[in-house]
Ligand binder design. Structure first.
Ligand code: FES
Length: 104
């Protein structure tokens, strides 16, 4: 069963920003990259760092702990010390609301 969770209104969600969303089972980050929305798990695959405290470099989120990078669009690792990709989650816009699905 799909479970869509409200993240933010599109009008409150500027390009280059992200919102953290905690579900019953996972912590997610939802990004606006040039007007399109993407979601990844908020858990660095190197050593469990909190990516919400990181920063964007282009389309990559940088982990604040040791500097690993992940593509926000695909979850792929783009720089060590992480070697395992992040899980991504579906995102949609319903009316004015950005929603993320708590399943993949
Ligand atoms: S925990 Fe993210 S780079 Fe080490």
């Amino acid at each position: 069963m799909s479970n869509w969770i409200n993240v933010a209104k599109t009008s409150d969600f500027l390009p280059g920003t992200w919102h953290a969303v905690d579900t019953d089972r996972v912590s997610l980050l939802v990004f606006n990259i040039d007007g399109k929305f993407y979601a990844i798990e908020n858990l660095c695959t190197h050593d469990g760092g909190d990516l919400a405290g990181g920063w964007l470099e282009g389309e990559d989120i940088v982990c604040p702990r040791h500097g690993a990078r992940f593509c926000v669009k695909t979850g792929a690792v783009t720089r060590a010390p992480a070697y395992e990709d992040l899980t991504t989650y579906p995102v949609r816009v319903e009316g004015e609301m950005v929603q993320v699905q708590d399943q993949n």
